[in-house]
Structures are given as C-alpha cells and as structure tokens.
Design a binder for this molecule. Structure first.
Ligand code: HEC
Length: 399
C-alpha cells in the first residue's frame, strides 16, 4: 500500500515538470525526427534492435510511435534505460539514464500527438558492430553441439567443453558471451582446463556437456563470466587473464527453462592483449563462493533475510570494478569500505535487485583502498510471496 502511494506522488511531480516544459517550448513542435530520435538512438537502440537484449526494436518512427505511451511510462518511472547500482561516493562508467529535460521532451511529444516531422532531419543511427560491442574479437568459438533443454522443470547447471586449439599462451582482455537462446540462459561462468579432465567427463556423459565441475586443479582456472544483462568490458590497461596454450574453454552454464523446448549453442568471442600484463589482479567475494559456505537458510515467508560479511585488506589495493550476483530471491545488496581513518565509503548499493540485470560495474578510474581498509557487504533476500520472482508458491525454506 505504502509503495502505491509513493508511486502516485512521483507521477504527480513529473507531470508538473512536463507541463512547465511544454509552456516554455510551446512555439515549437516537438517531432520525432528532430527531438526524439536523437534520445532514442543514443540511449535505447543499443539494446532495442534485433538480436540484442530487448524484446523489440526502437530504430524508426513507427517502432517508437507504436509504443509511445508505454515508452513514456517506463522513462518516467526510470525503469528504462535499465540501471540498478548507485554510490554517493564514486562514479561508474557507462552510466545509463535520461536527463529530466529528455524525459520532459518525450512527455511533450507523446502528449502532443507524436508528430513525425521532417525525416531529412533524422540523425544517423549509431554504428553497431553486429552484436560485438567491443569490435571484432580475435577469436570466436561456439559450443560443438547444441544442448537441448526441456520446456519445464528445475533449473539446469551444465558444463560444456570448447576446444580452443591455441599453440601459444594468450592474455585475455575481454570475453564476450553470446547465448544462442537468450530466454533460457541465466548465467555462464568461464574456466580453462589444460588437464583434459573436462574432455573426459564430457565424453563419459552421453548428452552434450557434463554435470559437475571438478574442484580447481593447478591446470585450470577461472576467467570471468557472464550473467543476464551483462555487457563485456575490456580490463583496464595492463591487466589480463592468462590462457595457457592447449587450454579447453569450459562454459559452466545455468539454464532456466522457458516453457518451450530449446536448443542452446553459446558463442564466445575473445579479445587478447598484445603483451603479458604488468600487474596482477584478483576478485574478493563477500560472502565467498557465492555464499555457499555462509549457512544461508531462509525461512519460508521471511521478506528480509540478511547476511553480512567483512574482510580487512592486508595490502594496498586499487579497485576498478564491482558486481553483485543473486537469483530469484535477491532483494538488495550493498558494500562499503571503511578506510583506516574511519571514513566510510559507499562502494555500491543495489537498492532493488533485479534478477535480469546482473551487470559488472566499472568505477570511473581506480579507487584507492589502503591496507587496513575493511570491506563490509550485506545481502538481503526476500522469500515471501510478495516477491513475484519467488519460484515457490507458497514459499518454501531455502538453503
Ligand atoms: C541495456 C539494454 C536496454 C536499454 C539501453 C534500454 N532497454 Fe528497454 N528493455 C530492455 C530489455 C531487456 C527489456 C525487456 C525486459 C524488461 O522489461 O525489463 C526492455 C523493455 C522495454 C520496454 C517494455 C517494458 C514493458 O513493461 O513491457 C520498453 C517500453 C522499453 N524497454 C523502452 C526503452 C527505452 C525508451 C529506452 C531508452 C530510453 C530503453 N528501453 C533502453 C533493454 C534495454
């Protein structure tokens, strides 16, 4: 109930702003070609085009006019463009969001009847690189065979082996993962294996891929991952993952059946560095192992089950990015850094966890965290029936 009232207030305030906007511009007609297309091409088209994350294109007048009212609602609510992280202390790269003026323009345009205007004034569409946002990769590989998953049933975790046939060591600056069927792939973690162990497990299992990953050996390692809503980014200068010659790539994928039988063939693009890295990097997870050892045990109906964890940095650190991961019950998450002098910095807060947007966020430049800085994380899960992503109706205890 409280939330409802809050929503109404927001709508009222925005409406008032847009009226003010229209009086100021009343002499001029707002048109798609001149005023709206530049906003949509710049802020929406990267996802709203064929084969990208969004379910429909927004690339021309018809596309946008047809959904005018809905577009106005989602931009006023700040539901689109999607952006979920915040920090009062640090700025993130590639922030997505419209300005108040842009929202007011869209509002005026929709309310004044969505004129097309002079199409010779249309801006050019941005150049998109056929799904490879970072340009053509140095190496592109795909799963050897499709994996068919059932229409309905529990989520599936499965590992696939992709031979890379590298005859020298490589240094990875970025990996772009492209699911074949977006609607069923929730995330994929990347590993390499030089032991041949994964190949053997794959061969021993009659269906493509195999079920359980072996525990880390010296001849394998983790090289990142992708989750729904993620966009690939180059590691900052001088940093790279090592990929030894002869490695197989292992995709450890979590599938969520969609109600329709689907066959997945994932594709991966590698971007290599020219030189070995000059520095090392590592990730710190709080709680570690995606919470597997944290004793998570959420009673049915608990709407704010909370776990916290802390870690004191033993050495000086320069941090460049942050991310969060959860599934259907995630509600909100945050991480702070308490500097040795006692000052508390907000590294990130995701106030309203959205299972569809598991992005990794880059800080704008490195953040200095001196030795002795304490990191504190808090994860909150909602296992009540008010969480409409809750797969259990009625809710069940979740460990
Ligand atoms: C980073 C990718 C991305 C960007 C950028 C983006 N969208 Fe979306 N949009 C999506 C995805 C994915 C969905 C479908 C899932 C959802 O509704 O969250 C969606 C859904 C929508 C919907 C349907 C919502 C509904 O309730 O059915 C509208 C309307 C929309 N977007 C408009 C926009 C507009 C306008 C912009 C630019 C101001 C924009 N989007 C920018 C990815 C994006």
């Amino acid at each position: 109930m409280k939330q409802r009232i809050h929503h109404c207030l927001v709508a009222t305030v925005l409406l008032a702003t847009s009226f003010a906007g229209s009086t100021a511009r009343s002499a001029e007609t707002i048109t798609f070609s001149e005023h709206i297309a530049p906003i949509v091409f710049e802020n929406c088209a990267s996802c709203h085009r064929s084969k990208e994350a969004a379910p429909f294109s927004l690339l021309n007048y018809r596309d946008v006019q047809k959904r005018g009212e809905l577009i106005l609602t989602v931009v006023e609510d700040r539901y689109m463009p999607p952006w979920h992280v915040q920090s009062k202390d640090y700025v993130f790269q590639d922030h997505r969001g419209l300005t108040e003026t842009e929202v007011a323009l869209i509002s005026d345009w929709v309310e004044s009847g969505m004129a097309e205007g002079d199409s010779s004034k249309l801006p050019a569409l941005p150049k998109f690189t056929g799904g490879w946002q970072l340009g053509e990769p140095d190496l592109v590989v795909s799963m050897k065979e499709g994996y068919t998953l059932y229409a309905e049933g529990p989520d599936i975790y499965r590992n696939f082996v992709v031979p890379l046939n590298l005859d020298e060591d490589k240094w990875i600056q970025a990996i772009k993962f492209r699911p074949g069927v977006r609607s069923v792939v929730h995330h994929s973690l990347f590993y390499y294996d030089t032991s041949g162990d994964a190949r053997q497990r794959d061969a021993a299992d009659p269906v493509p891929g195999f079920k359980t990953m072996g525990r880390g050996t010296e001849r394998g390692g983790a090289i990142g991952g992708w989750a729904l809503g993620g966009t690939p980014k180059m590691l900052p200068d001088g940093l790279a993952y090592r990929l030894p010659k002869g490695s197989d790539l292992i995709l450890s994928t979590h599938f969520h059946p969609s109600g329709k039988e689907e066959t997945e063939v994932s594709t991966v693009g590698f971007y290599f560095a020219d030189e070995p890295p000059s520095q090392r990097f590592t990730g710190i997870q709080l709680p570690p192992v995606f919470g597997a050892l944290a004793g998570i045990n959420i009673p049915a109906g608990d709407s704010a089950y909370t776990k916290t964890d802390s870690f004191v940095l033993p050495v000086d650190v320069k941090a460049f990015g942050i991310s969060a991961h959860a599934h259907y019950l995630g509600k909100c998450m945050s991480m702070t850094a308490t500097l040795p002098g006692g000052e508390v910095k907000e590294l990130m807060t995701i106030p309203d966890w959205d299972f569809s947007w598991q992005e990794s966020y880059r800080f704008d430049g490195y953040i200095s965290l001196p030795a002795g800085t304490r990191l504190d994380s808090e994860v909150v899960w909602d296992n009540s029936e008010d969480n409409f992503n809750n797969p259990n109706v009625p809710p069940k205890r979740v460990r």
